[in-house]
Design a protein around this ligand. Structure first.
Ligand SMILES: CCCCCCCCCC/C=C/CC(=O)SCCNC(=O)CCNC(=O)[C@H](O)C(C)(C)COP(=O)(O)OP(=O)(O)OC[C@H]1O[C@@H](n2cnc3c(N)ncnc32)[C@H](O)[C@@H]1OP(=O)(O)O
Length: 359
């Protein structure tokens, strides 16, 4: 049976009630089907290459070619119905740790043996951090800060720890325009980094593979960093027309001295795990073949240490720096808000997204 106009309008209302953001790809598909169903084939002029968001929308609509309006309407209704049922089934979680796992689309969070493990889980994108993933990491850290585990571990699924900020975050421009997006992103980034600064328990990074950008800078806010010898540490900010975040403008010179920090943060020098360990950014390096076994054996032993003592010791060690770190974070985000709008940054992002350049 063909979808009626009523079915179509119901589906449009259902989209607004979805519990989970369906992601940019699906949103583009919905947009395209909606336009095709209401206006027919795309007859608008193609937007310019710098107009990322409108170009993506135009591409999606144009790709539907001469699909009949009725079929587009039916496809729209079917797509919304599949999204509604998957969002319902994912909200009917089981109690306890299982439910916690189902709440995240881009993370796997587990709690066992006094350890809460937050694992980045977008291995096909090298664990690049999407806007939704920033929110999920904040939620997972806030939950871990209150749960009964003694230590919290952050790691990556697959061959990468994380390739840093998902460069597609630059394309999801809201109706307020790119300046509004930069403003919102600066607020989000500040909250994100504040969550690490304020984290009350021992926070440990298990760096299973290469780390890029924000996944490296935030390491300066962890209490211990264990790395596989396959890991590398890369902050290519100048290559991307960016500047440091994650408090690295303060923590890196403090950890490794200004000269070595300059090589990383300004010249984008990539460090091996052993080099990062020699500079003090990494606590210890393990051969990749025994990495998981050795690290988890050690972490299980640490997790049995008295919880309050560890928490209080962290507080004593970090207290004197906290105010400074919040001020540094605020300043870095305000500088970045302007950087994101620069030609240098826009060109570098566009080059990556159009597959002309890699790091
Ligand atoms: C208007 C303002 C908006 C601002 C919004 C920002 C908000 C917060 C900002 C916080 C700031 C953070 C700074 C940073 O983190 S800078 C670092 C950014 N990261 C990168 O530049 C890495 C880019 N990726 C690469 O260079 C390479 O992918 C790689 C990591 C070296 C791996 O190369 P390899 O050949 O092994 O693998 P592929 O390239 O084939 O990767 C597989 C697929 O994954 C996609 N991918 C990987 N990393 C990213 C990424 N960071 N962003 C988006 N997509 C990524 C890659 O494109 C492949 O996709 P495909 O299969 O579709 O081709």
């Amino acid at each position: 049976m063909r979808a009626s106009q009523d079915d179509f309008e119901n589906a449009m209302n259902q989209v607004k009630l979805l519990k989970k953001d369906p992601g940019n790809e699906v949103k583009l598909k919905l947009y395209a089907l909606y336009k095709q169903a209401t206006e027919g084939p795309c007859n608008m002029p193609k937007p310019g290459v710098f107009d990322f968001i409108n170009k993506a929308k135009w591409d999606a609509w144009n790709a539907l070619g001469s699909l009949p309006k009725e079929t587009a309407r039916q496809n729209y209704v079917d797509l919304v119905s599949s999204l509604s049922s998957s969002s319902e089934s994912s909200s009917q979680g089981k109690p306890g740790a299982d439910r916690e796992q189902q709440e995240y689309e881009n993370l796997v969070v587990t709690s066992e043996d006094g350890i809460t493990k937050i694992m980045f889980n977008r291995p096909t994108r090298k664990n690049a951090i999407s806007t939704q993933m920033y929110q999920e990491i904040m939620l997972a850290l806030k939950a871990a800060s209150k749960d009964d585990s003694t230590i919290t571990v952050v790691t990556g699924n697959g061959d990468y720890y994380s390739s840093g900020n998902d460069l597609a975050n630059f394309t999801d421009i809201p109706p307020g325009g790119v300046e509004e997006k930069a403003k919102q992103s600066a607020i989000m980034l500040r909250d994100f980094v504040d969550t690490f600064i304020d984290f009350p328990k021992p926070l440990i990074a298990v760096v299973n593979g290469p780390a890029v950008g924000i996944s490296v800078t935030t390491l300066g806010l962890f209490d211990a960093v264990y790395a596989s010898d396959k890991a590398t540490f890369h902050t290519p900010f100048s290559h991307l027309g960016l500047s440091p975040e994650g408090c690295a403008s303060y923590t890196f010179p403090k950890i490794m001295g200004p000269a070595k920090a300059t090589e990383m943060l300004i010249f984008g020098k990539k460090l091996t795990a052993r080099e990062a360990c020699a500079q003090g950014l990494v606590t210890e390096v393990f051969p990749d073949s025994t990495f998981q076994k050795e690290v988890w054996t050690r972490l299980k032993a640490y997790s049995k240490l008295p919880q309050n003592s560890m928490r209080i010791s962290k507080q004593v060690i970090r207290k004197i720096e906290k105010e400074k770190l919040h001020a540094v974070n605020a300043e870095e985000c305000s500088v970045l808000q302007k950087r994101w709008l620069s030609d240098e940054c826009m060109n570098a992002t566009m080059n990556f997204l159009s597959k002309r350049s890699k790091l």
